[in-house]
Structure formats: structure tokens, C-alpha cells
Design a protein around this ligand. Sequence first.
Ligand SMILES: NC(=O)c1ccc[n+]([C@@H]2O[C@H](COP(=O)([O-])OP(=O)(O)OC[C@H]3O[C@@H](n4cnc5c(N)ncnc54)[C@H](OP(=O)(O)O)[C@@H]3O)[C@@H](O)[C@H]2O)c1
Length: 509
Amino acid sequence: MSPVAAPAKPKATASSAAPAPVPGKVLPPFVMVIFGASGDLTSRKLVPALFGLQHEGILPKDYAIIGFARRPKKDEEFRREMKEGVDKFSRLRPVASGEWDKFIPRLTYHQGNFDDPAAYASLKKILDDLAKTRGLTQHIFYLATAPDYFATVVQQLAKVGLVRPGLPARVVVEKPFGNDLTSARQLVDDLQACLDESNLFRIDHYLGKETVQNLLYFRFANSIWEPIWNSNLIDNVQITVAEQEGVGTRGAFYDEVGAMRDMVQNHMMQLLAITAMEPPANLSSESIRDEKVKVLRSIPTPKPEMIPASTVRAQYEGYRQTDRVSPHTTTETYAALKVQIDNWRWSGVPFYLRTGKALTTRASEIVIVFRRPPATLFRAEFGDLLHRNAMHIRLQPDEGVHLSFNAKRLGKSSVQPVDMEFCYATEFGSYSPEAYERLLGDAIYGDSTLFTRADEVLEAWRLVDAVRHGWQDNPMALYRQGSWGPRESDLMLKADGNNWIDLDAHARA
Ligand SMILES: NC(=O)c1ccc[n+]([C@@H]2O[C@H](COP(=O)([O-])OP(=O)(O)OC[C@H]3O[C@@H](n4cnc5c(N)ncnc54)[C@H](OP(=O)(O)O)[C@@H]3O)[C@@H](O)[C@H]2O)c1
């Protein structure tokens, strides 16, 4: 793990809870070139995160950030736009002017078209000058661009010698990585022709979330879970990523993508892999990613005849009437699937995944559902009141872990599920570092643990493609806005004698 991986101390204050370098090590001097620097992602996430890293004292004494985009712009204008972004989106807002003044000279703007060789030749000259005059030799190229440009930009960088296999220059790419297995494979080939896989950092911002990283700590820094983390005691695992908002003004983008490609292929497959992986040999990025990809490889490709019983696709009512959405669209706003992992640990344990828009609440949660107690002792008396134990690992909102178990009610011969709870906000304060701060810090340091490797991405596409092909012949379900999704999703679990565990129950308690 990287030097920015140190866990926050209990009861930390807002400023001290951010990732901190291991004593004696600081991030090395660097130049980051952000392609697509006038876009939404740069002002909303990237520059506020870099500013946050500077505020925490994690960035080195000297570094430079160069914004690259198409529209002509002076440095001053670019800096003003970035300041607006930080003022609006930074966790440190309102920003003290003294602090911004230290950050601002780092930012410059370079105008160019992504496919214009002259723009790269002039960029190379700037980078050569920075290496000569300030010793900034580590280059990080951040592609905050539409995915169609990933290969173009990297190939242009290769033409002027800024990337090539064997060079330490790094390239960070945003999601989505491809539209399907074929395009993702092509992109892997195109990029790997220009640089080493170890220098390619594919962002999945879920992996930058504290609570997702805590899954590794939760599973492997404790001895009590590992003996029960398998099919002997676990009945099923449920992973939910629910969004309360519909597609809103992003209809044109969303209608091209859908829930499977927007959520399942990346974030949910990563959550599944971390939940199900074997303990890694060590905390190196390759060891962790080896274990994650083994999980994905152990999931058989679903056959077309299995798709109707093991998946659900649905649209919320009114989606087809949304602005810039085709009235005949077959894009899903909800997806649910049952996944089997064919290995010794998980044989026979279904993993149920569901994600959707316009649902009743915003929640990301992994629920580990344990087997029913085997004895008839209490079951004979209380029947269905005897709940299955469930461990809720809540990623958002109110991050934490709670374990529900049955207890005797005071003064009565009856049973009631009760909770043991760890809540991040109570234990560590309400501040949680931004995922992009963590990820940018790791990319600058060169730690790829929290980035997805090519083989992981391709395995995830294999599964997603098979489901999407199977869907072509299957009907689309509908669900009410503000509900938990379509009835078909409940029926899928009911066929196994299961049900979606109520995520609201804990919030109401
Ligand atoms: N926004 C988010 O929160 C978010 C979250 C996750 C992933 N992403 C991904 O991040 C990427 C960028 O998203 P975004 O929302 O920032 O996009 P955006 O707002 O549309 O910005 C696109 C940027 O690319 C530049 N650009 C486009 N064509 C160009 C060309 N031919 N030559 C030079 N520059 C060109 C634009 O420059 P001009 O303005 O000068 O034309 C602009 O800076 C996408 O892949 C997206 O899927 C975004």
C-alpha cells in the first residue's frame, strides 16, 4: 500500500484525518497534465482534490499542474475557473486566500486539440523545460476526456516520446474503459502498445472511498470474521447501490450507457471482488489485484437460457418521457442479478446485486446474510420472527458496519432483532477524505492498488456482455419512481427462498 494509506487516528479532526505520508516519505516532485481541463470533472473533483492534498502537506515542495483543452484561454482565466470550482466543491471551502495563493502559481493552461501533433510538440517543450529548470521529471497524464479520446491522446504522447514502454511516465484514465468486451480489449491493446500496464491507472472512484478500503481492513485486520466468511455460515450476499435521483438532465449520456455499464461493470464488480477475495499474500498492489481477478474469473459466463431467472432489467415509469431520451429506448435504469462464484469458499452462495435510479433512497450497502440457526429450539416457537443474522457494511450514507442478531425482549418470552454498530462519524468525526484525493495521491506516488488492472476490467466486461446479450430477447420490467425497484427483482430472490434485506430498517431504528 502507498504512503498515503495510513488509517486516520480515532477522533481525528477534519484536517488531520486525510491520508498522511508514512514518516520520512513525501510524494515525489511531479508534473500533472490534465487533458480535458476545462471540463466538469476537473473543476468539480480533480483540482479540489489536488488543493486538498496541498492543504494536508502531502504534496512535495515543487510540482506543476498543466491544464490541456481545446478552447483558447490565458493562465489567469484558467486559474479563475479553477478557483470557482474549489470555492464551490472543495471540502475546505471557504478557501483562505493565503492558502489559494500558494497553490495558484502551480496551475497553467496549454491550449490544443487532442489530435493535433503540434499541441503535443509544444507540450513536450514545456515539460523538457520544467525538467531542466525545476527537476520535475515525473510525468502524470490524466485523461479527463471522453473515452473515445483515450487512445488518440496516448498515441500522440507516444509520438513525441512522452510515453513509451520502460518510461516511468504514468497515464490515469477515467471510466468507462470501453463499451463492451471487444472495445475494452482493443483499448487495452492500444494503450499497452504505448506504455507498461504498471503505469496505467484506471480510475474507479469507488475504490477511493474510505469505506471500500475499510472492507480490506475489516476482513483481514481482524481474526473473527475469516473463519465464518464462507459458505459454511453465509447464506447469501446482497450488494445494493441505490440512487434516489432519476437521470435528470443527463438523459442523452445515460441512455447510451444504462445501469449495467454505468454501475455493475465497474463499481459493483469491484465491491463483489473485495467482499469475496481470498486473503492476499501481502498488501502489494499486484497481490491484492491478483486475488480480486481470481474471484471474477471464478464466475461462470451466464448462458442465455439462465438470463431470465438470474437477472432483471427494468426502467422506472416515466423514463421514456425524459428530455433527450428516446421514447422507444431499451436502456435499463435498474439492473439486478444473481451471481455464483464457483470456488471452494463460495460454492452455493448466491451474490445478489442490484442498482437503479429513482429508487426510494440513496444507499450503497453490502449485506452478508448468515444461515438460519440449525436447531429447532427457538424456531419451533418463533418461526419467521427468528431473523437470520445479517452484517450490514454501509458505504453511504452514514458509513459504518452493523451486525443484527436476535435477542430476548425484556420481560417477555419473545425475540427481537437488535444491532451492534460501528459508525464512522461517531468514531472518527463526520469528515471523510474525498475519494479523488486518495486516488490522485496514489497515482502521484505510483501505487496502483486502488486502480483496476486490465484483466479485472476484461473479466467484468465478459459477464456484463453476456447478460446484456441475453437481455435482447427478454422483456423490460417497470417500476414506480421512489420504490425499491420492480417486483421481478423480489421474485428472483423469492425463487431461492430469499428476500432483499430491508436497508431502511436500520435507518429507522
Ligand atoms: N464529470 C464527472 O463527474 C465524471 C465522473 C466520472 C467520470 N467522468 C468521466 O470523465 C471524463 C470527462 O468528463 P467531464 O464531465 O469533465 O467532460 P466534459 O465536461 O464534457 O469536458 C470535456 C473536456 O474535454 C475537452 N475536449 C473535448 N474534445 C476535445 C478536443 N478534441 N481537443 C481538446 N480538448 C477537447 C473539452 O475542452 P473544451 O471545453 O475546451 O472544448 C473539455 O475540457 C469522461 O470520460 C467522463 O465519463 C466524469
